[in-house]
Each structure stands twice: as C-alpha cells, then as structure tokens.
Design a protein around this ligand. Structure first.
Ligand SMILES: [Fe+2]
Ligand SMILES: [Fe+2]
Ligand SMILES: [Fe+2]
Length: 419
C-alpha cells in the first residue's frame, strides 16, 4: 500500500496563534453542549484589559490566557461543577494542573502563573509577597472574566442576556475588594453600560472575534520539536479525562510508532504516526464522563455521541493545514478496511496505512488497559481479538501480523512500560 507523501517534519512551521486557537478549541470541547467558554472568557478578558487601560501586548496575552485558562479541566463533570457557584472549594486542582501543563511548554509558559491563580480571591493575591503585582492583576482579570461568563452563559440560548445585565453587574460588583480588584470591577461596571459588550458573547460574534485574533500579526512560530511537545501536552489533557484512559494516547502513540518501525516505514513517517497517536482522541474531550466511565453497554444514543469523537479530532486539527496528513491519520482511527468503520467509511487505498496502524494500536492499548467493566486483558487474548477482527475485515491484517510477530514489545509499548 502506498505511504502518503509527506513533508519533512524539519520543514514544519506553525504559527503560534494558530496553535493557541487549536489548543483552545480542544479544551473548549469539555463544555459538551456549550463549547465556547474559553473563547468567551478570552474575549471578555481582552475587553476588560482594554477598559482597564492595559497595553496591547497585555491585551493579546490576556486573550490567550482566557482561551486556555481551563486547560486543566478534562472532566465534563468538573467542568459542569465550575459553572454552578461563584466560588467552589474544589476549583484549585484544575488551576494547579493547568499551570503545570502550560509551564511545561516554553512558548506558553508565561501564562502559567495567571492560570495558577485564576480562582484565587483578590484579597489573598494582594497579600501574596511572592506574586508580582502585575501577575496578580492579570490572574484576577481572568477570574472576573470567567465569572462574568458563568453568570451570563445560561442566557445566551434564548438571546436574553440583556435582561440580566443589572443582576450580573450587581452580583459581581458586590465582590469588589474581596474576590476581585476594585480597579477591574470599576472597568467592568463601566463596560456593562454598553449592550455591545454583552451582544459580543453570542456564538457568531465569538467566532468572528476569534478569526480576527487569529489574524493578529504575531511573528512567533513553532517548529516540529515544539509541535511534538505541544502534542504531548494535548495527550496529557486528553488522558486526564478519566483514570481509565490514563496514558491511553501516549500508549497508542508509542505502540503505533513501534509497529510502523517494525513494518519498515521511513523515520519521518514513524515520527508523524507517533504524533497522530498522541492526538487521535482529542474529540473524546467532548464525550461526557458518564459515557466514558459507564459500566454497561452503550445505548444507541450514547454510541452516536461516541462516534462523533474522531470527527471532533478532525475539526479541531483543521486549523493546522501544515499537519493535514497527521490530522487525517488521527481522525481515521475508527475506519476499518471493510468500509464499515466511522465516520467516513473509508476503504481500500482511501484508508492510509498510517491510519490502519493507529487503528490497531488504539484497539490494542484499550484492551490492554483496565476498563470500568473489565480487567486488563493479557497480550495473548489481545492478539486473538485483533486476529479475529483482521479476519473479519475490521482491522488491517498486515498490521496485526506485525504486532503478533513482536507481541511482548508491543504490549510494553502500549502500556508505556520501559523496555
Ligand atoms: Fe477555571
Ligand atoms: Fe472557566
Ligand atoms: Fe483511542
């Protein structure tokens, strides 16, 4: 089977703005039905920054911080909980997790302290001798933007947010000096007077705002090494969804690369297959925890929701045309040689070998890992299931044979065990 022609990763250049938007649209999936929370908080943060008199560099930086502030939330249950009360005692964990993820990625590490404190009360930030005053102000600005969105979001559906402006304003203004910096609250109260501030939160306006910000002139770019590192961080976000999926994406990536090498694919393709493995389940961030962690067979409706996840992966990665091949391999991971996979029903030459490898690695890793309804399966059982699938046209026979020929090493790769 022909291997897709691919550009050398060495030549890859990704615009940092596109990458930030890609991470943001992945993280926003955790909202399930409302997938614009981060993007609305970004918009609100930038408007608050402008109204507070902060400079242009801070405005853009705070837009990014708003987009990514909840990158430590992978669970749909936690996401739902964060939008119930103005303050929730369990909010601290996602701040720490988000700060650790961003702190580990140099191009976005400057956002880590802001994300770390985006649920900390202003009265505590003020008295923290370790925290530079501008970081305290920026973190508190995200906190305020986030809470504005939480109070306003329920009213966007019926297009009725304007009827609630007075109540939202008074509720937040009452926290001046305690939860929020008085300077920020004053800027917010002034913004409340314009209907445009609230109408900008409608989905169409949020998307347009995002498009404008995406086009914002920014010379920063990411090379292959940076992108690979970012893919690893996205995999950590995806796998943090449930204890049952811990290390799943990284295991699929490692196994897919191992199999690709065993099958003699060239080093560049092997490298790209590994990254496709890291990214294949981005769309799962939108699947409710209850479906991922269910102990009984999925209902038809639940299965329909599940089927959307690989398409979701494709949609998120559409923003990065430079990695279109990787995005397709990732999004085709539930396609099968008989054309009965989903969601594209590809078969024959239309289904690339790279995607077939990720498909087999995905099934292998899932079977080798515990699920709520069963223990991990032993390697012999895993390969027996894969061979049955290959015989029925539900998995690529050549790929399964390559796995069978090197079963123990494949098992170690799938579980990310040191070899
Ligand atoms: Fe948050
Ligand atoms: Fe939030
Ligand atoms: Fe998967």
């Amino acid at each position: 089977m022909p291997v897709d022609r691919v550009a050398l990763p060495d030549a890859l250049v990704i615009d940092l703005r596109q990458l930030v938007m890609t991470i943001a649209s992945a993280v926003d999936l955790v909202g399930v039905d409302d997938v614009l929370h981060g993007r609305r908080v970004g918009l609100l943060a930038r408007e608050l920054a402008i109204a507070t008199g902060l400079g242009e560099a801070d405005q853009v930086m705070l837009y990014d911080a708003g987009l990514l502030h909840d990158c430590g939330v992978s669970s749909t249950r936690v996401h739902r909980r964060l939008v119930v009360d103005l303050e929730w005692e369990g909010a601290g964990e996602h701040c720490l997790r988000g700060a650790a993820l961003l702190g580990d990625f140099q191009p976005l590490a400057h956002l880590a302290p802001i994300v770390r404190h985006h649920h900390t009360r202003w009265q505590f930030l003020l008295n923290d001798p370790e925290l530079p005053p501008e970081v305290a102000l920026h973190a508190n600005l995200i906190h305020l933007a986030d809470r504005i969105d939480v109070l306003a979001a329920p009213h966007h559906a019926e297009n009725g947010v304007l009827a609630h402006v007075g109540r939202i304003r008074d509720r937040l203004a009452a926290e001046s000096g305690r939860l929020f910096a008085p300077r920020l609250v004053d800027a917010f109260v002034a913004l409340c007077e314009g209907e445009a501030f609230w109408l900008a939160l409608q989905p169409d306006s949020v998307h347009l705002y995002q498009t404008e910000m995406e086009a914002f002139d920014d010379p920063r770019t990411i090379d292959w090494g940076g992108f690979r590192h970012c893919a690893d961080i996205l995999a950590r976000i995806i796998d943090a969804k449930s204890s049952y999926t811990e290390r799943h994406s990284r295991g699929v990536a490692r196994l897919a690369r191992h199999v690709a090498e065993r099958m003699g694919l060239d080093p560049v393709t092997c490298e790209k297959i590994e990254v496709a493995g890291l990214l294949h389940d981005i769309g799962k961030l939108q699947v409710p925890d209850e479906i991922i962690e269910g102990t009984t067979a999925l209902s038809d409706h639940e299965f329909d929701i599940m089927k959307g996840h690989s398409y979701g992966t494709r949609q998120v990665l559409r923003r990065l045309p430079a990695i279109d091949d990787i995005a397709r391999w990732a999004a085709y991971h539930h396609e099968t040689p008989d054309g009965r996979g989903y969601p594209y029903h590809l078969r024959g030459d239309a289904l690339p070998l790279e995607a077939r490898i990720i498909n087999v690695a995905d099934i292998f890793q899932a079977l080798a890992q515990a699920r709520p309804y069963r223990e991990p399966l032993a390697p012999a059982r895993v390969i027996a299931i894969l061979e049955e699938r290959a015989e029925a046209g539900r998995a690529d026979a050549t790929v399964v044979a390559a796995v069978a020929a090197d079963l123990d090493a494949c098992h170690r790769a799938a579980l990310c065990a040191e070899s």
